[in-house]
Design a protein around this ligand. Structure first.
Ligand code: C2E
Ligand code: MG
Ligand code: MG
Ligand code: MG
Length: 291
């Protein structure tokens, strides 16, 4: 029977592949509807200055609670949105919404910055720089308050196209960050060629920062690299007090993570920002031991 069917494996796998293709197509439709019907939300996670425990800025993180699928992680739907060319519109919604929100918060927290994740598909769009500046203009948010987060893989895969847009934006005062630093390509050449302002150490390294001397040495090296190049350095994924004190010991400037503050709905952010502003460094550091 197997012989007669020839490449029978194809038949065996066909129903599964068909189902997957159908699901991708329906996801595409659902994502289009989500944007149209306002199903996306943003949460915000503070970037904390480790020296004094204050919130230097917030990172916008997209959330999708689908009426039919329930909560879908951006890790799962962003790649589909990229594949179907929807990320430019979704990304623009994120930029405009977060810029308006942070402009509002800056009335009470004047120095608050905004970090926004940007997909490589947005970066290579011919009007990317215009789109970013338009969002900031609508919100009345100064470009100097905004940091665009790009991943290493994006920077390496689109070196030329991306570079010109990034240089334009940098010239207009927007700051640039390399997200998930340390997990991408091994070449560091782009650090000299691109107008980078900030490195975000991937949480894969931070989660291990309490474990071995080798892991600590790796994080220390990234912190020192940032210092040598005059860049801000942010540790992602700080989940406990031990990681926090290790990072402070290494002179890491900024941190993000569940231990400092979880991604938070906008209505609760002003309270969290106020907490962070008045909390003493000791209060932040001894958070666990005083509890
Ligand atoms: P990312 O930019 O590296 O964001 C950090 C992720 O780590 C977020 O996951 C955040 O919720 C999570 N996180 C924060 N602190 C901790 C911690 O202490 N421990 C752990 N285990 N995780 C922590 P999230 O929100 O699920 O986002 C995942 C990724 O999806 C982001 O990684 C980013 O690459 C992408 N993403 C999120 N929002 C957007 C967006 O608006 N546009 C684009 N293009 N990508 C986005
Ligand atoms: Mg990010
Ligand atoms: Mg990251
Ligand atoms: Mg990440």
């Amino acid at each position: 029977r197997a012989k007669k069917d020839g490449p029978g494996r194809v038949l065996v796998y066909q129903p599964y592949m068909h189902a997957e293709a159908l699901d991708r197509l329906s996801l595409r439709g659902d994502l289009q509807r989500a944007l149209r019907d306002g199903e996306f939300r943003l949460q915000y996670q503070p970037l904390i200055r480790l020296a004094d425990g204050r919130a230097a800025g917030v990172e916008a993180l997209i959330r999708w609670n689908s009426p039919t699928r329930g909560f879908v992680s951006p890790v799962d739907f962003i790649p589909i949105a990229e594949e179907f060319g929807l990320i430019v519109d979704i990304g623009q919604w994120v930029l405009e919404t977060s810029a308006l929100q942070v402009a509002k918060w800056r009335r009470d927290f004047p120095d608050l910055g905004l970090n926004v994740n940007v997909s490589g598909h947005q970066l290579v769009h011919p009007r990317f720089a215009d789109n970013v500046m338009r969002a900031l203009a609508i919100a009345g948010l100064p470009s100097s308050a905004v940091t665009l987060e790009l991943t290493e893989s994006v920077l390496m895969s689109e070196p030329d196209l991306g570079k010109s847009a990034l240089n334009v934006l940098r010239g207009l005062g927007v700051q640039l960050s390399i997200d998930d630093f340390g997990t991408g390509y091994s070449s560091l050449a782009y650090l000299r060629e691109l107008p980078v302002d900030e490195l975000k150490i991937d949480r894969a390294f931070i989660a291990r920062a309490e474990l071995t001397a080798e892991d600590l040495a790796l994080v220390r090296t990234i912190v020192e690299l940032a210092q040598i190049l005059g860049l801000r350095v942010v540790a992602e994924g700080i989940e406990n007090a031990a990681q926090l004190s290790a990072l402070r010991g290494l002179g890491c400037g900024y941190g993000q993570g569940y231990h400092l503050c979880r991604p938070t709905d906008p209505e609760f952010m002003p309270d969290r920002l106020a907490d962070a502003q008045v909390e003493s460094p000791v209060g932040v550091l001894d958070h666990r031991s005083t509890a």
